[in-house]
Design a binder for this molecule. Sequence first.
Ligand SMILES: [Ca+2]
Length: 180
Amino acid sequence: MHVRRLGALLSCVAALLVALTATPAGAQPAQHSRAAVPAQLRQVMRAHPGGKLIAPNVAAWDGGKITYGVPDAAAPNATHECAMGYYCFYQDANYSGAWVQWDPAYCDSSVGNFTWWTGWNDAISSWMNKTYKKINVYENTDLGGRLLWSEPPMPNNHSWYAWTYVGDANNDRASSFNCP
Ligand SMILES: [Ca+2]
């Protein structure tokens, strides 16, 4: 585990979105069509009403308190820097692949089950916690099975914890989480 320095994070998310949306339409081969990404997101939004597309590859619920992004096929290894005050889970190592970013308010009194989201159960490979809450992640739904990992809270507003890879024993196993 390492503590990442604050740096220029405030602009990171906006910069990423600009970077991912700056490619002119038609610049990629047809098989890498950007159109596939919002279609994926619309599928998620049908299952979880109330979301809307806020960028070609990002959907948001409750005014952006939960956001879900899918990297463009032309940049599958693009990383997502979690926004300050949020925690993020990633489907691939090094904060890449599809990601979901949560407001800690949704972790106060409830259990989060990754089975709520199509394609998210047994899928997580890295995480970033930019909140003052500890987050525990479990092997089975409803906090069942093994405690796979704990995400420490931020020590201060200049640094945070993140894990580039949860390890072979925990990779693609997470099914639920809470903030104890
Ligand atoms: Ca599991």
